[in-house]
Design a protein around this ligand. Structure first.
Ligand SMILES: [Zn+2]
Length: 317
């Protein structure tokens, strides 16, 4: 357990120890702490739980560089690389055990490496903060732009995403499960991904986290509100039955509405170039949440698209 408790206003870094790797190298998780000049909430921001989602790391970099201790109330705890081995390999899962750490929280000290890592993060980070913003993205190929509504709707809205999503049930074993079980207010943001310039996503992410910090009273200034945010209650993850080439019909940005049945992409055999299946919109009223905008390799069962049900969605004022 790290003993570092920043003594006064300033910037500090510490590491959460996880284990010794087979190579003899130590595995630990870096944490950056900005301690403010006045009392206030302890807000955590985590990034790269999945190692192919670099946008959170870029957002944390900007927050670390731009937030001054003198303007902050409370403290900002940031975990820029929550899964270092996955980041190194650019993989969603931890390469040593090939497990998705974000299905294993709160983790276990005597489990697989990913479980040990989740356990270290739960005790060394999540249990020590009042609020958690866990940043995710679409990964190497898809891109995405929405924010979960979990146990603090106002906090989620303050990230200023156009799309919000309140799932009936959350995947078990996520950071959200660990935070919610500990009564820590939290949200998960999904922003960016794919072969795009990520600058706009990083700017929006930094702006969103800063607005959350104003909303929580940790930063001074007026809290921004975004009109006409859409709250989705149902999202269909579109996973192809077959792998091959995924050839989208046209580029689709998150937030795009499509009424009726539309072809989204052809899954094409890389051997014969025949179409193995056509992926189509699942609802009467469809809202694009995650999309692929160019030809990519796709595995069977992979995230191809995520489509929200527009018929059951509601607008915030
Ligand atoms: Zn993720």
């Amino acid at each position: 357990m790290p003993s570092t408790e920043p003594a006064g206003p300033g910037r500090d870094r510490f590491s959460i120890p996880v284990s010794t790797l087979a190579s003899g190298c130590s595995l630990s998780i870096p944490v950056l702490v900005i301690t403010g000049a006045r009392p206030g909430p302890r807000v955590g921001v985590s990034a790269m739980i999945h190692g192919d989602e670099i946008e959170g790391l870029l957002i944390v970099r900007e927050l670390w560089r731009s937030i001054e201790p003198s303007e902050l109330a409370g403290s900002l705890w940031m975990m820029p690389v929550a899964n270092p081995l996955a980041m190194e390999a650019i993989t969603r899962n931890t390469p040593i055990d090939m497990l998705d750490m974000n299905r294993l929280f709160p983790g276990a000290p005597d489990g697989w490496l990913s479980e040990q890592q989740a356990h270290a993060i739960t005790n060394g980070f999540i249990s020590r903060i009042d609020y958690l913003v866990d940043i995710h993205a679409g990964g190497t190929f898809p891109w995405v732009d929405y924010c979960y509504v979990l146990n603090d709707e106002a906090l989620s809205r303050a990230f200023l995403s156009a799309l919000l999503y309140k799932p009936a049930t959350m995947y078990p074993g996520t950071t959200a499960a660990a935070a919610l079980a500990r009564n820590i207010a939290m949200t998960v943001v999904e922003i960016g991904g794919g072969y795009h310039d990520q600058a706009d996503h990083v700017r929006a992410g930094v702006n969103g986290v800063r607005n959350m910090l104003r909303h929580l009273g940790a930063l001074p200034g007026r809290v921004e509100h975004r009109d006409r945010q859409l709250l989705l209650h149902e999202i269909k993850v579109m996973r192809p039955r077959h792998g091959g080439l995924c050839l989208p019909v046209k580029p689709l940005a998150p937030g795009t509405w499509l009424d009726g049945r539309h072809a989204l992409a052809e899954i094409v055999s890389p051997h014969s170039f025949e179409t193995l299946e056509t992926m189509t919109t699942p609802f009467e009223r469809n809202v694009v949440v995650l999309s692929r905008n160019y030809a990519t390799r796709i595995n069977p069962g992979d995230y191809a698209f995520m489509i929200g049900n527009g018929a059951t969605a509601s607008w915030y004022d």
